[in-house]
Design a protein around this ligand. Structure first.
Ligand code: ATP
Length: 355
């Protein structure tokens, strides 16, 4: 594989804590890979092994085919953006972006050209004489990006770069970063604990849990085919249902859950009497008034809670001994205490490996 960055068996310990546990991860040229996971799962540690701020206890780090495990940060040709924009307050936008080129002793004319190129990239040419305090949070972060990219690094590393911005700006900046990364074709590693951000931005996502890589895949794969309960739970809402396989009939398995019987897509490994965990996303469950004809996986239930969320309605519905969460677009509304009929489309149910 033509990896721009590769971690081979990277382990990093802090005393008894294993912050990175045998991480194997290849990042393709031109790809935006996100390291995603809850606080403390080891994302920043992995990123710092790539930047060279940390040396792994075991394993090797390669950038552009070169073993850089012992190469200092400043010789790795990286562009870095962190959450606390870290612009120099006493320098103008131009001087901030020029700074990495000054350190590299590039001639003035060349510096000017590169700085203006970088400012054009973020559409801030007119702001060259402004100071950071005269800029909005989003503009400051764009200058941070320009400064990271100005010397045309091999890779761009971003550690929670949007977490200091408000929700709306964060969403805008996601697209801006993605667009910039695509236009430049630069390989990027992006650290976040925000799953929506990861799904929106990434070519691939590496989900981490307790220092280990839990799953690596495209946003679609991670969302639709989570490899574990942890991933299914971390990426979006899910109803988890535990049952026992009654029978496997071709492509379907019948699963009993107390007095209810569900059909779920079968996998070759399933056998009768197996304990099984499957999940469905709350927005994949269809909700109807009582009396709807129904079909497979159709059950009657009672609305135990209804929460209005603006563009959707969130229901808790008691079905047998289960309480399922269901989200609808709200075109038809049901009240608390009302009896409803719900359907779980078989192809939206996923059996998953137990953690
Ligand atoms: P966050 O999203 O909160 O930044 P993270 O996923 O980036 O978390 P890391 O910062 O990589 O996680 O930390 C992984 C583990 O290593 C955590 O348990 C953390 O407490 C521990 N850790 C990180 N840095 C140090 C350190 N310098 N000394 C001791 N323990 C550390």
């Amino acid at each position: 594989m033509d990896y721009m960055i590769e971690l081979q068996n990277v382990t990093k310990r802090y005393g008894p804590i294993v912050a990175n546990d045998q991480i194997n991860l290849g990042i393709l040229r031109g790809e935006l890979m996100t390291l995603l996971g809850p606080s403390g799962c080891g994302k920043t540690t992995a990123l710092r092994c790539i930047t060279g701020h940390l040396t792994p206890d075991e394993g090797r780090v390669f950038i552009d085919g070169e073993d850089v495990t012992s190469v200092p940060t400043h010789k790795r040709e990286l562009g870095m953006v962190f959450q606390n924009f870290a612009l120099f307050p006493h320098m103008t936008v131009y001087e901030n972006v020029e700074f990495p080129l000054m350190i590299r002793n590039l001639p003035k004319a060349e510096r000017r050209e590169m700085v203006m190129d970088a400012l054009r990239l973020i559409r801030m040419e007119e702001y060259e004489k402004h100071y950071p305090r005269q800029l909005s949070g989003g503009q400051q972060q764009r200058v941070g990006l320009a400064r990271a990219l100005v010397y045309r690094p091999k890779v761009l590393l971003l550690d929670e770069p949007l977490s200091n911005l408000d929700a709306k700006l964060r969403e805008e900046m996601r697209f801006e970063i993605k667009d910039l990364q695509r236009r430049l074709g630069i390989t990027a590693v992006y650290v976040t604990h925000d799953q929506a951000e990861a799904l929106a931005l990434s070519d691939r996502v590496a989900v981490m849990n307790g220092g280990r890589l839990e799953q690596v895949g495209t946003p679609d794969e991670i969302y639709d085919q989570p490899g574990s309960q942890f991933v299914a739970d971390f990426i979006g809402l899910s109803d988890f249902i535990e049952g026992t396989v009654l029978a496997v009939e071709g492509e379907k398995a019948m699963v009993t859950v107390d007095d209810l019987q569900f059909a779920v897509p079968a996998s070759p490994r399933m056998r009768p009497h197996d304990k099984l965990l499957f999940f469905i996303r709350p927005n994949d469950i269809d909700l109807f008034p009582l009396g709807y004809a129904g079909g497979e996986n159709t059950f009657d239930g009672v609305v135990s809670k209804m929460t209005y969320l603006g563009d959707k309605i969130d229901y808790r519905i008691a079905v047998g001994g289960l309480e399922l969460r269901v989200q609808t677009d709200g075109k038809v509304r049901f009240e608390e205490g009302e009896s409803v009929r719900l359907q779980l489309p078989v192809d939206r149910c996923r059996a998953i490996v137990r953690d």
